[in-house]
Design a protein around this ligand. Sequence first.
Ligand code: HEM
Length: 178
Amino acid sequence: MKGIIFTEFLELVENEFGLAMVQQIIDECELDTDGVYTSVGTYSHKDMFKMVGKLSEIKGVPIPELLTVFGEYFFNTLSNDYPQFMKQANLFGFLDSIESYIHPEVLKLYPDAELPAFGSEIKNENELFLNYLSSRKLSDLAIGLINGASKYFNEEVNVFKVSEEDGGEKVMLKIKKI
Ligand code: HEM
């Protein structure tokens, strides 16, 4: 997992709960790297799960909720750092381009990135289905990223999990305009 996910997560924790909370999480999780991450490095995604789990334990907030909040925050960073991927006309066009354009370009930049696969189907002008597929089981992060994109394009949507298989490796998401 690329370091940018770790650095952004720790930045969000610092903004919301302060540096002491960042330190507590690093101290109480047995991490591979002692909590030092660079945005271009690559680290075990298990470290990410340990830190999110620890924050959930300390704050009493469920892990899926934390991942969704983090996804929305992370989207702002991605859209600022990669303006070349934001040139789509609307939200559905953008979401449809993740699998066909954005993530393949990300892989060219970072060949060791571990990305989910998305099957997308635009049903009609109000409904899009995105079929999330990844052994990392981060569909809740995807929901947060979609929420961030919805704000970016100024198109309000609800995101639903229609079905979930293999413990979260395959999740069908329905994105419906409000
Ligand atoms: C500007 C747009 C985007 C860029 C540049 C981008 C780039 C990236 C990068 C660098 C990673 C980390 C890969 C790794 O850890 O090795 C990632 C992971 C991920 N991306 Fe994207 N992404 C973008 C938009 C989106 C959107 C809108 C979604 C939501 C549907 C999405 C879904 C995900 C998920 C869920 C992961 C976590 C890895 C996994 O589930 O296996 N991405 N992306």
